[in-house]
Design a binder for this molecule. Structure first.
Ligand code: KG4
Ligand code: ZN
Length: 354
């Protein structure tokens, strides 16, 4: 079974072909980073127009790289939520048009479910000794630019996903991006901070993380951004490469230690022996190392997606759609683009007692 996935929820236009084993036959991502970089963040109207320009060529390229014609495609999956509605609409309308023209079944995919299942993707030829995919149930940390939450995942369907805790304010990736901006590093901040932190002293700046020591799986990342802002106001921007590296390393250590600690604590509480991570922040070197080490300490198996499967891509959408199509599920022509996730939410945004 071959499914074509289409992704246009934010600032990446993607198309990919995946088979039922999770093997990625092609994965084409057109990034809009340089388009939005001068503004320090994504401009929705520019994003929609750029998706419109690139969706056609990206889909054609995905089929060409997979070496497949339309006759080999068994279904089309498209991100229809959550995201920028104008951006999502481009992918949804394109998917509907293609499905209609080719007489193919169509399914909408929740972008966050795509991130949760990205760990099932395989990008190399099946090799002996490659780690086996995770088995359900697992506890998953989803950390992207717009969402950060810990879920218990009993199966691939939305109804089998339960939120154990989420951020009350900023997403982890959002904190990386805002801190990157405060330090004048450019957009997006996550990969830049990851790189700079490598040579820095993680004890250089004593950041405190709100909710870092509570037993709850709720999180908060806006406070640490405020601490960085206050430091810059008081002392100015880091003036030497080693000061900058130290600030990045200290910030990254604080954020990744809380994410890893809460993920493993949630798995222990749930009595679940497998953890996975997903979303752009799952590409972070330190987070990956901490999750692997802490899981090992607790006799828990950590399964990490390949780097290309962490940040936004259409392969994860194709796979999440394939799982639905395989069950005989289909969406109709009235499939809509919407800004809200379909995943259950337990954590309320904002401060105060719960
Ligand atoms: O999943 P994603 O590509 O898009 C969303 O769905 O949001 O995540 C993008 C986020 C951005 O905030 C970006 O700064 C962050 O993931 N990110 C990273 C790294 N790579 C991407 N954060 C920390 N370390 C990284 N290596
Ligand atoms: Zn994403």
């Amino acid at each position: 079974m071959h499914v074509l996935g289409i992704e246009s929820s934010c600032d990446e236009t993607g198309a990919a072909v995946v088979d039922e084993t999770g093997q990625v036959l092609s994965d084409v991502v057109h990034s809009q980073v340089s388009l939005h970089a001068p503004y320090g963040g994504v401009i929705p109207e520019l994003a929609s127009r750029d998706h419109l320009r690139n969706a056609g060529p990206v889909v054609r390229e995905a089929l060409a790289r997979a070496g497949l014609g339309w006759d080999a495609i068994d279904g089309i999956a498209v991100t229809n939520r959550p995201g920028l509605v104008g951006a999502l609409l481009v992918g949804v309308q394109m998917a509907k048009g293609l499905a209609w023209a080719r007489g193919l079944p169509l399914v909408g995919v929740d972008h966050l479910v795509g991130h949760l299942l990205a760990v099932f993707l395989r990008r190399q030829a099946p090799a002996e000794g490659a780690p086996a995919p995770p088995e359900f149930p697992f506890v998953a940390l989803l950390a992207s630019g717009g969402h950060t939450a810990i879920y218990r995942v009993d199966g691939p369907a939305v109804a089998q996903v339960r939120e154990l805790g989420a951020t009350r304010d900023d997403a982890a990736g959002e904190a990386f991006d805002k801190v990157g901006k405060l330090l004048g590093l450019g957009y997006p901040g996550g990969p830049i901070i990851d790189r700079l932190a490598k040579d820095g002293d993680p004890k250089a700046v004593p950041f405190t993380l709100p909710m870092g020591h509570t037993a709850s799986f709720e999180m908060s990342f806006s406070g640490i951004k405020t601490q960085v802002a206050a430091r810059v106001r008081e002392h100015g921007l880091p003036s030497t490469p080693s000061e900058l590296a130290g600030t990045c390393a200290s910030f990254q250590a604080a954020v990744t230690s809380v994410l890893a600690k809460k993920l493993i604590a949630a798995a222990v509480q749930e009595g679940v022996r497998t953890v996975v991570i997903g979303g752009g922040v799952a590409a972070n070197r330190e987070l990956r190392a901490r999750v692997t080490a802490l899981a090992g300490d607790h006799g828990i198996r950590a399964v990490l997606p390949e780097l290309a499967s962490c940040t936004d891509n259409a392969a994860m959408i194709a796979y999440a759609g394939l799982v639905r199509l395989r069950e005989g599920e289909r969406d109709s022509w009235d499939l809509v683009a919407t800004s809200a996730t379909s995943l259950p939410r337990a954590t309320r945004k904002g401060r105060g007692a719960r």
